[in-house]
Design a protein around this ligand. Sequence first.
Ligand SMILES: *Cc1c(COP(=O)(O)O)cnc(C)c1O
Length: 416
Amino acid sequence: MPVTHTLEGSLSVDVLGRQDPELAEILLGELERQSTTLQLIAAENFTSPAVLAALGSPLANKYAEGYPGARHHGGCELVDVAERVAVDRAQVLFGAEHANVQSHSGSSAVLAAYAALLRPGDTVLALGLPHGGHLTHGSPANFSGRWFDFIGYGVDPESGLIDYEQMRALARTHRPKAIVCGSISYPRHIDYAAFRDVADEVGAYLIADAAHPIGLVAGGAAPSPVPYADVVCATTHKVLRGPRGGMLLCGSELAERVDRAVFPFTQGGAQMHTIAAKAVAFGEAATPAFTAYAHQVVANARVLAQGLAAEGLAVTTGGTDTHLLTVDPAPLGVDGRTARGRLAAAGMVLDTCALPHPDVRGLRLGTAAVTTQGMGEAEIARIAVLFAAALRDESAGRGVREEVRDLTGRFPPYPG
Ligand SMILES: *Cc1c(COP(=O)(O)O)cnc(C)c1O
């Protein structure tokens, strides 16, 4: 009997349910988990149904090594158009001369940026990992730490702010080939002009790893690294609300080097379903609704920071300019790991993170996902109260869990 695939069918969990109930149950269970707990992981968000539709489309079947108009495979006429649309939209959205939308992830984008500009053994200056640097910024467990000589600058232990003077002094001493700015947990705007100034002084490339704030940049709620950095690396799935993936932005003079660093140097065939989904997300991010969203994300993060500070938690840098904040729960009598467990039991999902003080694990929270659900300042203020209640007293967890269920029920991520 011939098997016919309808487009509706390919997008429907019903089809999966009939064919493979074991996996369908996992998918539905995960949807239930995401819908009934609070997603406070700063790197997560809810993509739109249109983005999910592109991801679950037959573009997943297409092999497309190379770039539009220059592929190693036949049948690329339509996916070429999809990639051109994604590239054009990214260039317009971020005011960049060139965009590469093929990186499979944020880490792959960073790898490609290094491959475009550096040789193994080069010295690179980046935010140290204990201060909020990403694994790709020199972790010994990552290719970056193995293949390059990383020097770490830090944040001031008192203020939690990047120590720009220390960064300049280290640049003068070590003469790095590249300076990386960007972090997994820095809650404040980054002074890209200051980094550019130091890079120019020592003759280094400036790489901005804007994986976190790029969505705020798209919505005009954070300064753009594009005018300052030689190469900008980013993800598309954090505040930007697109599919899981990466991208690179640069000027025309580096375009060819960056493209070659992605394919064929570090990747194979492009994931055309993801690239189509990136195009959808860039289209959404260009709307006034997304601008309003990005500003609400920041307003919500500020309310969360104020609320948690009022409850006695120690908020790094005293607040936030962005979608994320980090806190030390120690004043409430719990360490970061215990805190994460208590909050999970109460239906609040988040990460532990390094804090500027050595050996202290804090908590990292973000408001991108709850803001997508439509929550505003009133709900966020309540979340701060519930958060502290669950931390202070383990037995309060059950009551908090019920209130979280009620709150998420009123703000479903995928209504209907
Ligand atoms: C999230 C992030 C990455 C990596 O993104 P993946 O898609 O998980 O590989 C890289 N750098 C920074 C600063 C990040 O926050």
